[in-house]
Design a protein around this ligand. Structure first.
Ligand code: NAD
Length: 353
């Protein structure tokens, strides 16, 4: 592999502009952004102009045919993650695909197989894993400070945070609402901290109570007339090791906080909450809370991109793996299936991680 990673960008919207491009640029000579592809020419042109990208295409197939590329960032709506990933892997590229992995378990599994066949890196944009709080807590968990983690709570709740841009409220293009969009971040973080235990059963409920009505928009004014996703999802997941996880995720709900993303872990030796990072223990007959006095300042997107670049150059697998992508897709799609059926769903296929 050359010392400079030649990167292509697929999808020139919000996350490409706000997180991928600026952080690739921080990698200096290790990276050259060689091309961008977006179905909207104007969007691609604007990104190319702002970030000095030499080649612009309206399709990623055309991009792969015309430019030598070592790695891609896939920043398109969820429906297109699968095809873009498969095409990129077949073109011999390493892939950083934005979250969620895909729209279905089959797609995530095909993506995993294709990466294995191609011998290329496939990783997902679960950037919270690179947050200093998560990295610190992971070390405490691995050192046994929490003991056996048997109960977990996952929160991704917004008061009126229905995105007023993009296609986040379009089920056909995104596969769902807050569960697959923001719940998936905290779910992945919790599973990562728990060591991705094998899933047993999922039980989900979804609601559409506020999204289809006009209301105060704290993240822009959403299109309530074409709102086709859930505005809240709740669920319970049980694991084969006996532990359980409760999840709550909403774009809009009548709650106090405007935006709450968090994970709580409860083990038999200690517990922890992620934001702000606090550990709860009983020591020498006293209940104590432990809080860090210092955490590293580097941003999670910066670390995610820097580590992806280094992994591509070294040929190592980043911490978010294709196998975990299949598991998270099993849980997300299982929760939606359960909500539709009104009954718990068994996750039958186990995945080796
Ligand atoms: N990690 C995070 O926190 C985070 C945050 C926001 C979005 N995302 C993810 O990133 C992805 C994109 O979200 P966004 O906010 O940038 O959306 P966006 O709507 O701002 O941008 C998506 C872009 O993709 C383009 N596009 C659509 N279909 C395409 C295709 N087939 N080929 C090429 N380009 C195509 C659109 O024209 C648009 O410019 C989604 O999967 C989303 O879940 C992740």
């Amino acid at each position: 592999m050359a010392k400079t990673l030649r990167v292509g960008i697929i999808g020139a919207g919000g996350i490409a502009r706000g997180a991928h491009l600026p952080n690739y640029l921080k990698c200096g000579d290790k990276v050259k952004i060689v091309a961008v592809a977006d179905v909207v020419q104007e969007t691609a042109n604007k990104l190319a102009e702002d970030f000095d990208i030499p080649h612009v295409f309206m399709s990623y197939e055309e991009m792969f045919e015309n430019v030598e590329i070592d790695a891609v960032s896939i920043c398109v709506p969820n429906k297109f993650h699968y095809n873009a990933t498969i095409t990129a892997l077949r073109a011999g590229c390493h892939v950083l695909c934005e979250k969620p992995p895909a729209m279905s378990v089959n797609e995530a599994e095909e993506m995993r197989k294709e990466a294995e066949k191609a011998g290329k890196i496939l990783t997902y944009g679960f950037h919270f894993r690179h947050a200093p709080q998560v990295e610190a807590l992971k070390r405490f968990v691995e050192a046994g400070e929490l003991g056996d983690i048997y109960a977990t709570r996952v929160t991704a709740m917004r008061r009126r945070g229905i995105p007023g841009w993009g296609v986040f409220t379009n089920k056909e293009l995104q596969g769902g609402g807050p569960l697959i969009d923001i719940g998936v971040h905290m779910l992945d973080t919790a599973l990562y901290l728990m060591g991705y235990p094998e899933v047993d059963t999922v039980f989900g409920v979804t609601y559409q109570k506020l999204g289809t009505k006009q209301g105060v928009g704290l993240m822009g004014q959403w299109d309530y007339e074409n709102f086709s996703v859930e505005d809240m999802a709740r669920g319970m997941i049980t694991f084969k090791n006996g532990s359980s996880l409760i999840l709550e995720s909403a774009f809009a709900a009548n709650v106090e906080k405007a935006d709450e993303m968090n994970v709580s872990l409860m083990g038999d030796r200690g517990g922890a909450e992620l934001f702000p990072l606090t550990l709860f223990q009983e020591k020498h007959g006293t209940l104590v809370d432990i809080t860090p006095v210092h955490l590293p300042k580097k941003g999670f997107h910066e670390l995610e991109l820097e580590r992806f670049v280094n992994a591509c150059l070294d040929g190592t697998q980043p911490i978010s793996t294709p196998e975990q992508g299949v598991i998270i897709q099993q849980i997300i799609n299982g929760l939606y299936e359960s909500a539709e059926k009104g009954e718990a769903v068994k996750v039958s296929e186990s995945v080796e991680i």
